[in-house]
Write a protein that binds this ligand. Structure first.
Ligand code: FAD
Length: 419
């Protein structure tokens, strides 16, 4: 009994669940199972941008992260240009984020499905359980029992909830407070489409495609973005805009009338009309409300914890969501790899909560604030100089000495365990 492996159930097989599963599977004292509600492990979104801090976190989590990213065909962004898209300075370059080290701009962009595939590739199929929707968790004398919609149940020493922004594990962890701290609209909606490269070039103009460059356009009430993916064959176009009222099902149909109204002050500028045309060419284009966790009183209860979007869903304006999930995994793996008995799991999860929650909350608040600046809704207005001053330092706090961060967490655990 003394030497048996610690059994951990991971609920949710998105980027958070897959990355921690990959990391924990390398620790000999731990046995894992991963449960995904969907019929297969898959990522529905288009691309995910990994800023330098996110890449560093993945590297800290998985020593072969570079190889994983290479196999997932991630594309380095040679250059990222931040422009004004509306107002008196429309067409002005605010800054070239060429110096990613300084600005933390997304330096790698990767197709979500490919990254997920590579994170899961080293795991044996026997521990991956698709079509398993978790419905409830019950504390038992031996650990935690997890019940699934298909009538099955499994017992573990601990459970990690990586089941996304509307996840069920969060409800278990927050118990009576779950409703009070559930996700809520962040005040923005967005729409993301993939367009053939030649089509985007024809509609948006050749000048924007001379380099494989990412363009972000700040303007009145909205932020537009386009970047080149998949070896220069596909262009990813994004409209995000300020949202005053979130529709009940979190999505709404996009019509020309609605987009022309949203981007009314952009239409005589260099970019909005073209992006609107590209979006409306899609089948059934929709805008999706961005939801976030405004506050969370704890990430752990007993032998159950939450990570990734289940713990700290955020707006995408600092491209930090996936990176924060990797940091969660990095800390959890270090703490769980440090203990030898299931009796110490609760202490490990308490330390995880203590070191991760303030940082993740800061990301949520900072990302929302960055969105407001980019949508011309801050004191900087649409003044290029003021926008640059407001935006440039916002990535600084994300650059952390991750090795020291992990060491501090392990030290805190030792203190708790009286080691
Ligand atoms: C529009 C948008 C753009 C973004 N852009 C970026 C970006 O450029 N860079 C970046 O770093 N981050 C970005 N993010 C954030 C990033 O995508 C997320 O932080 C990250 O993907 C979180 O992954 P996750 O695994 O925690 O959650 P999810 O991807 O939501 O995965 C949760 C998984 O759990 C499963 N699940 C749910 N309930 C159950 C259940 N009961 N039982 C079993 N399984 C269940 C779901 O099916 C799903 O597969 C963006 C987010 C959005 C919304």
């Amino acid at each position: 009994m003394e030497n048996r492996r610690i059994r951990i159930g991971i609920i949710g097989g998105g980027l958070a669940g897959a990355s921690i599963a990959n990391s924990l599977s390398r620790i000999p004292s731990i046995a894992i199972d991963v449960f995904e509600a969907a019929p297969e492990f898959s990522e529905r979104g288009a691309a995910v941008g990994l800023a330098l801090p996110s890449q560093r976190a993945l590297q800290e989590l998985l020593e072969d992260a570079k190889e994983t990213l290479r196999k997932a065909q991630s594309v380095p962004i040679a250059s990222s240009r931040f422009m004004l898209g509306s107002g008196p300075h429309a067409g002005t370059v605010v800054v070239d984020f060429g110096d990613a080290e300084k600005f933390g701009a997304p330096e790698l962009i990767v197709h979500r499905a490919s990254l997920l595939r590579e994170l899961l590739a080293p795991l044996p199929e026997s521990i991956l359980h698709p079509n398993k929707k978790m419905i409830s968790i019950v504390k038992t004398d031996a650990g935690v029992k997890v019940y699934f919609a298909d009538g099955t149940d499994y017992e573990f020493d601990a459970v990690i909830g990586a089941d996304g922004v509307f996840g069920t594990v969060r409800d278990h962890v927050l118990a009576d407070e779950a409703k009070q701290y559930s996700a809520s609209p962040a005040g923005f909606w967005d729409c993301r489409v993939l367009v053939p490269f030649e089509k985007a070039k024809a509609v948006l103009g050749e000048d924007l495609f001379k380099l494989d460059r990412q363009y972000g356009w700040a303007g009145d009430g909205a932020f537009l973005l386009h970047d080149v993916l998949e070896n220069g064959t596909v262009v990813h176009c994004v409209i995000s805009a300020v949202e005053h009222e979130s529709p009940p099902d979190r999505k709404h149909k996009l019509t020309r009338e609605f987009l022309n109204k949203t981007l009314a002050n952009w239409l005589d500028g260099p970019i909005a009309s073209g992006i609107i045309d590209l979006v409306l060419e899609q089948d059934d284009p929709r805008g999706y409300s961005e939801w976030e966790h405004k506050a969370t009183p704890t990430y752990a209860r007993g032998r159950v914890c939450i990570m990734g979007d289940a713990a700290h869903a955020s707006t995408p304006f600092q491209a930090a969501g996936a990176g924060q999930a990797f940091e969660d995994g990095m800390i959890l793996s270090a703490l769980l790899g440090h203990i030898s008995s299931p009796d110490d799991i609760e202490a490990a999860f308490k330390v995880y909560d203590e070191v991760r929650r303030p940082r993740c909350q800061r990301v949520i608040d900072s990302s929302r604030g960055t969105g407001l600046i980019m949508c011309g809704r801050s004191e900087a207005g649409l003044d290029p100089e003021k926008i640059l001053q407001a935006v440039a330092p916002r990535w600084d706090f994300l650059n952390l000495d991750l090795k020291s961060y992990v060491q501090e967490a392990v030290q805190k655990l030792d203190e708790r365990l009286g080691a």
